[in-house]
Design a protein around this ligand. Structure first.
Ligand code: IYR
Length: 319
């Protein structure tokens, strides 16, 4: 029951809670998430990794798919480049606190197998182009000329759930339409569909919908303190607005998950120090009584501390 609450906490949806309850009774259920390897693992990735750690603590065996062929299909580079980056990503995910028991799987290690390939054709035959394209709306690299690769991608993602034998699939809200395609298609192919859990997306530091490696609007998990400072100082953070405010979101997802309160240090003439709970911060900021600069300074300082062990792990692990 407390396991259930811990997993649900901070997510947007669990599809379905009933099914999750059953999985929690099973012996060693498998949870997975896939990432396109990326040279910049950022706070957006970290939201899902933190949730996966929660799921791991609840007793799931965790598989992390380094989705090299998916990155390739999404135009992220040559397979050689992508493979190199996936090694770095494995260290990043460990640095964020996934346990030693975590299993990392490279997509290409099974996605070219004959049985996998036949399943790609089978699912391609029953999936409409419209549906496949729609499922990619928030995932595909913005491009005017859409490629066939774009519709192979979601089909492979659905099949990953069979080949990795997963009971639970985790992803950001942008993965929802692919997950729904899986929930519908897998039973028709004779497989059980996994429980799907979706986390909120982090807005970019520029205020755009999604923090993204390809848009230079991210804070990397191993950014140096000076870089974090600069990026937050420049961030979109209008006075009085908490919606779609990345600085507020960083406080919610990375500070208040560990601490009960956030210390805001202000000179006496600007109202003096404040020690705020999440609720109080939202209320105070909405009312316009807290200056963006004061919020930014305190979030910067705390975030730098929180990411310290991550930076240290990644430096120490270098060989
Ligand atoms: N679509 C993901 C990457 C990905 C996730 C899973 I779960 C897969 O099985 C395959 C790929 C992304 O947008 O990063």
């Amino acid at each position: 029951d407390s396991k259930m609450e811990n997993i649900k906490n901070g997510t947007l949806e669990v599809i379905t809670e009933e099914e999750l309850k059953d999985k929690l009774q099973e012996d060693k259920p498998v949870a997975y998430i896939g990432y396109e390897p990326s040279g910049n693992i950022h706070l957006g990735h970290a939201i899902t990794v933190k949730k996966m750690i929660e799921i791991q603590k609840a007793g799931f065996h965790v598989k992390i798919l380094l989705a090299d062929l998916h990155a390739y299909l999404n135009g992220k580079g040559t397979l050689e480049e992508i493979e190199e980056i996936s090694k770095y990503n494995m260290r990043c995910f460990r640095a964020l606190g996934l346990s030693e028991k975590t299993e990392f799987v490279l997509g290409s290690s099974y996605q070219t197998r004959e049985d996998y390939t036949y399943k790609v054709y089978e699912l391609a035959l029953s999936t409409t182009l419209t549906r496949a394209k729609r499922s990619m709306a928030q995932i595909t690299r913005d491009s005017a000329d859409h490629k066939v690769a774009e519709v192979i991608y979601p089909i492979m993602q659905v099949l990953d759930m069979i080949f990795l034998k997963v009971d639970l699939a985790l992803g950001g809200m942008e993965q929802r339409k692919i997950h729904m395609l899986a929930r519908e298609s897998l039973p028709k192919m004779g497989y059980k569909a996994p429980v799907c859990i979706h986390t909120p997306l982090l807005h970019g530091t520029d205020g755009s919908d999604k923090m993204s490696s390809s848009k230079q609007n991210y804070i990397a998990i191993d950014d140096e303190p000076e870089v974090i400072k600069k990026k937050i100082q420049k961030s979109y953070c209008p006075q009085g607005v908490v919606e779609a405010n990345p600085v507020i979101e960083i406080a919610e997802h990375f500070i208040f998950t560990d601490d009960d309160k956030l210390l805001i240090e202000r000179p006496e003439k600007f109202g003096g120090n404040l020690n705020l709970t999440q609720e109080e911060l939202l209320e105070k900021y909405s009312s316009g009584d807290l200056h963006p600069m004061d919020l930014k300074n305190s979030v910067t300082n705390r975030l730098i501390e929180i990411l310290e062990p991550v930076r240290e792990y990644l430096k120490s692990d270098m060989d």
